[in-house]
Design a protein around this ligand. Structure first.
Ligand SMILES: C[S@@+](CC[C@H](N)C(=O)[O-])C[C@H]1O[C@@H](n2cnc3c(N)ncnc32)[C@H](O)[C@@H]1O
Length: 378
């Protein structure tokens, strides 16, 4: 866990009174409070347990369900370790389950509060995951912002899930309740792999709808992939996403480790590596992998959003994690967008910072001589 990502509590007004919900500061949980309020106000039936929320950023649904006297039996499915920790912090009897451990027909009533910042394909992926966990006749409540495409998504879903059996509106949000009737949904329309050329070599990159830049390799990623240091040793791709930088770094004299806190990123990076015949130790981790020897090179393209909002807190924590896992002679090779400040993000952690390349507003930096460590995080 990264220390600065402490839990914050917020109060959410619901029809029967208000509830307090904890979540990590680097999670976008509060973005979907209006959806929670609409669900609790508009649903005219007590859902049959077990309940389920896919793309849960905290335990808000469980806390609201308890306050409303709904059955205390459910599952929260977060998309990353930060969300998982937020869910655990508020979860009582409900279990917190990684997406790939969700079993078919495990729930009777599923909720998706559309995380619109993931794009239409990302939300559709969450809906499909929720629908798979329902038996025939199970109900799926989809909630989303009218201004963020929930109505057009709703039109695409009956062939995937089944008919809409109930609906409601309020708080500029929409609720659609679908009944699972479709046995074998058509495949999701999404380019699951794309070809890419890096430093004169051809690669296949696997993609996932819930990951960063899901339909193309981001120009900043491509720039860093072209500008890797010519060193051997122990390399870490910190926040590996779909694994582009890990495959670009693949060389027989390098030992590669790739980490991300997103379950889908770890799975997708493994697939990208397999598609290109490259080996690496790929791990789920919040920040740097715990208990590792220091790395000679760390690659990082830090995030710049928490949900839909620009927020540099997660990037600052990731760069700090990079510093803390580097060997004294090691190098962080980082790419920043024009919205990210090298002075704020890199300067506090490195004495020597040199620009390496820039294009399309992205800048690659070589960062050496880590400043004094304040102790490794776990
Ligand atoms: C801007 S994206 C870059 C992804 C990939 N390196 C690329 O260039 O396509 C940042 C990545 O950092 C990951 N990330 C954010 N915070 C993290 C944390 N605390 N620990 C591990 N990974 C994190 C995100 O899941 C995301 O995959």
């Amino acid at each position: 866990m990264i220390d600065a990502a402490a839990l914050k509590w917020r109060r959410v007004r619901l029809p029967g009174g208000s509830v307090a919900i904890p979540s990590r500061a680097d999670q976008p949980a509060s973005e979907l409070d209006q959806e929670l309020r609409l669900l609790m106000r508009a649903l005219d039936r007590r859902p049959e347990p077990p309940l389920l929320e896919v793309a849960a950023w905290d335990a808000g649904l469980e806390i609201a369900a308890n306050a409303a006297g709904w059955p205390d039996d459910g599952m929260l499915v977060p998309l990353n370790l930060g969300a998982s920790e937020s869910c655990e912090a508020g979860a009582g009897a409900w279990t917190v389950v990684p997406p790939d451990e969700l079993l078919p027909a495990e729930a009777r009533f599923a909720v998706v509060r559309a995380p619109h910042w993931l794009g239409r394909a990302g939300v559709e992926w969450a809906v499909r995951a929720a629908a798979r966990a329902l038996p025939p006749g199970g109900l799926l409540a989809l909630l989303g912002d009218r201004a963020r495409g929930i109505e057009s998504l709703r039109r695409r879903l009956p062939p995937v899930v089944g008919p809409i059996v109930d609906r409601a509106a309020g708080e500029h949000r929409r609720l659609y309740v679908l009944e699972r009737q479709v046995d074998v949904p058509p495949p999701q329309r999404f380019a699951w792999t794309i070809p890419m050329r890096i430093a004169g070599r051809e690669f296949t990159v696997c993609q996932h709808p819930t990951l960063f830049s899901p339909t193309r390799v981001d120009p900043a990623t491509a720039l860093l992939a072209e500008k890797l240091p010519d060193r051997d040793g122990r390399w870490l791709d910190l926040g590996c996403g779909s694994g582009v930088l890990t495959v670009a770094a693949g060389r027989s004299d390098r030992r590669l480790t790739a980490v991300d806190w997103s379950y889908a990123a770890v799975e997708t990076t493994r697939r990208t590596l397999a598609a290109n015949g490259i080996e690496a130790d790929v791990r789920l981790a919040d920040g740097a992998p715990p208990g590792e020897q220091p790395f000679d090179v760390v690659l990082c393209y830090p995030p710049f959003h928490v949900g839909p909002r620009v927020d540099h807190g997660p990037a600052a924590r990731l760069i700090q994690a990079a510093r803390e896992c580097l060997a004294p002679e090691g190098e962080l090779r980082a790419v920043l967008t024009s919205a990210q400040s090298p002075r704020d993000l890199l300067r506090p952690h490195f004495r020597e910072i040199s620009p390496v390349a820039s294009a399309h507003g992205a800048r690659v930096f070589s960062c050496r001589q880590p400043t004094a460590r304040r102790g490794r995080h776990r």
